[in-house]
Design a protein around this ligand. Structure first.
Ligand code: PEP
Length: 225
């Protein structure tokens, strides 16, 4: 089973910055990829350029988007649909706690997006910050079998990660709710703590925000998972 190592850029990065990130990984990434599924989640505007550059450089990194529209197509100004994202990406992150707290994303909306993602062959990576969210999701998408990122709100962007033991325990509870899903941990992961998380029995990888924006720090994480 590969170790998932995901870099999420949030609302960061012009096309030029995204291309520079990809190009700086090119020199050093090849010895670090064995046994890993490396996924980058740039902003929508950089998906096309990142996809072209990854192909050209033949880099073993998959692309994901940070969201999709809950609507399939049509009169939804400003929205970006699953089929549009699927032109460039194979994964999509859904239900991040920032979207839930800042943009009113509910479990119902996340469930609609999961259905659309699957319809267009995007692998969903659903973020949950606590067990009740996983339980609510279970009622809406009973047979979810893809990726779940356990991301406690107190650990996101704070430099204060959860303990690996507790992350493992929560991941175990998530797996008892969704036995087919693979669970990642996210929240203040860096090169010094990544391995402690990926070594846990119930965790299949890490989702990294801040510490993955600098390609050198991301390489450090890849060396240590
Ligand atoms: C995130 O926002 O999903 C995240 C994990 O951020 P950070 O690594 O910066 O805590």
């Amino acid at each position: 089973m590969p170790i998932f190592t995901v870099s999420s850029w949030k609302e960061t990065g012009t096309v030029a910055q995204a291309r520079a990130w990809v190009n700086s990984l090119a020199k050093e990434i090849f010895p670090l990829v064995k046994g890993k599924e490396i996924i980058v989640l740039p902003p929508f505007t950089a998906l096309s350029a990142v996809s072209k550059d990854l192909k050209q450089l033949n880099l073993p990194i998959k692309i994901g988007a940070q969201d999709i529209s809950r609507f399939e197509e049509g009169k939804h100004t400003g929205e970006i649909s699953a089929v549009m994202v699927a032109e460039f990406a194979s994964y999509v992150m859904l239900g991040h706690s920032e979207r839930r707290s800042q943009l009113g994303e509910t479990d119902e909306i996340v469930a609609e997006k999961v259905r659309l993602a699957k319809k267009y062959n995007l692998t969903p990576m659903v973020c949950v910050s606590e067990i009740p969210q996983a339980e609510a999701l279970k009622k809406l998408i009973n047979d979810f079998s893809d990726l779940i990122a356990y991301e406690p709100v107190f650990a996101i962007g704070t430099g204060k990660p959860d303990t690996p033991d507790n992350a493992n325990e929560v991941a175990g509870q998530i797996k008892s709710i969704f036995p087919q899903a693979r669970v990642l941990y996210g929240g203040s992961v860096d090169g010094s703590n990544a391995k402690e998380f990926t070594q846990q029995k119930n965790l299949s990888g890490v989702l990294v925000g801040n510490r993955s924006l600098d390609p050198n720090f991301f390489l450090e994480i890849l060396k240590n998972v």
